[in-house]
Design a protein around this ligand. Structure first.
Ligand SMILES: Nc1nc2c(ncn2[C@@H]2O[C@H](COP(=O)(O)OP(=O)(O)O)[C@@H](O)[C@H]2O)c(=O)[nH]1
Ligand SMILES: [Mg+2]
Ligand SMILES: [Zn+2]
Length: 318
């Protein structure tokens, strides 16, 4: 069985955690799935992480003994996707080593919201994963989003038009997913499951269900799983990912996620300018002159105000 893949020098195999079930862990090893236990004391390469629990996407080293595998070590995580725990302020790690996110919106229905698009883009930047914007349902018309496509491309973001119905853009999506670990995110009803089914008919994901958005019902724990792709790579499938990624976001983090703001910040009078109300602010001047897109600047102001508000509440509490 799995001995075929064992490194003859060390007696170990390396794989990717695709699901966790209490003490047992499902691991993908070179196209096959093993269910193995983990040692109680794992060897965390590069030091113990803040949350020393195995999550999907972790690269693990499995010791093979008489056909039984036990996870003994974990490679250092390249990226970690955080989600604010429902109760308290502790963060949960949802998935490790995610390479990229496909941020899916519909061209028209449900109506794409610029504030939400920018929120996802900030979350990706903060998590260190590459975003790609996908506008689906192009078969119903894409005129409304054409100016946005130009805008986001100018900001250096890859933007695709797609239709799960007509097949438009599916080749491009397949190539983008190949060999990568990809998070599909976006509001419910935009066609994420439909796109995945169209690209990989074997998935047979349920279409038109809202459980992922509400997080209610069976999936209250919102534990993530990785779906292995036929040609290598994974798709992160998790219910309730709407709020992902803004954990621990500081104002400088936020500003860094807006290239059109970061590139002008050096020209403001104050080095720690929030670009919300200060005099001689190069960013506000550029926005007034129409050099920064008004909706983008609005997204920035909403998120920045939220961060400053939370800081103020925290400092009042301490
Ligand atoms: N016209 C059109 N409808 C689509 C397309 N993709 C998905 N839909 C429909 O949109 C609804 C929501 O799709 P679903 O895949 O469940 O969205 P999800 O919530 O993002 O996973 C379903 O009724 C789909 O049939 C598309 O490209 N064109
Ligand atoms: Mg779905
Ligand atoms: Zn400023």
């Amino acid at each position: 069985m799995a001995e075929r893949y064992t490194d003859p020098m060390t007696g170990t195999v390396e794989g990717t955690v695709i699901a966790t079930h209490g003490p047992l862990v499902r691991v993908q090893v070179q196209g096959r799935t093993l269910v193995v236990a983990a040692r109680r004391r794992l060897r965390w390469e590069g030091g113990m992480p803040e949350v020393p629990r195995l999550v999907v996407g972790d690269r693990v080293i499995i010791e093979m003994r008489r056909g039984e595998g036990v996870i003994e070590g974990v490679r250092q995580r390249r990226t970690a996707l955080y989600r604010q725990a429902t109760h308290g302020r502790r963060a949960q790690v949802l998935a490790a080593n995610v390479d990229q996110a496909l941020i899916v919106f519909a061209c028209q229905r449900p109506e794409p919201k610029r504030g939400l698009i920018d929120r996802f883009l900030v979350a990706c930047h903060h998590a260190g994963i590459d975003p790609t914007l996908v506008f689906n349902k192009a078969d119903l018309g894409s005129d409304a989003v054409q100016p946005w496509i130009a805008l986001y491309r100018d900001l250096g973001i890859t933007v695709m038009l797609a239709s799960a119905r007509t097949g438009r853009g599916l080749g491009e999506i397949t190539r983008t997913l190949s060999g990568q670990t990809t998070l599909f995110c976006g509001p419910s009803g935009v066609g994420k499951s439909s796109l995945l089914n169209a690209v990989y008919p074997g998935f047979r994901l349920r279409v038109g269900t809202i459980s992922e958005a509400t997080g209610k019902g069976r999936h209250t724990t919102s534990r993530a799983e990785l779906l292995p792709l036929p040609g290598g790579g994974f798709v992160v499938d998790t219910p309730g990912l709407k709020e992902f990624g803004l954990w621990n976001l500081t104002l400088p983090d936020l500003q860094a996620a807006f290239p059109e703001i970061a590139s002008r910040a050096g020209l403001c009078r104050f080095q720690d300018c929030t670009h919300l109300h200060e005099p001689d602010c190069a960013v506000q001047a550029a926005a007034e002159a129409g050099e920064i897109d008004p909706e983008r600047f609005r997204s920035y102001r909403v998120l920045a105000t939220g961060i400053l508000e939370a800081d103020r509440i925290n400092s009042d509490l301490t």
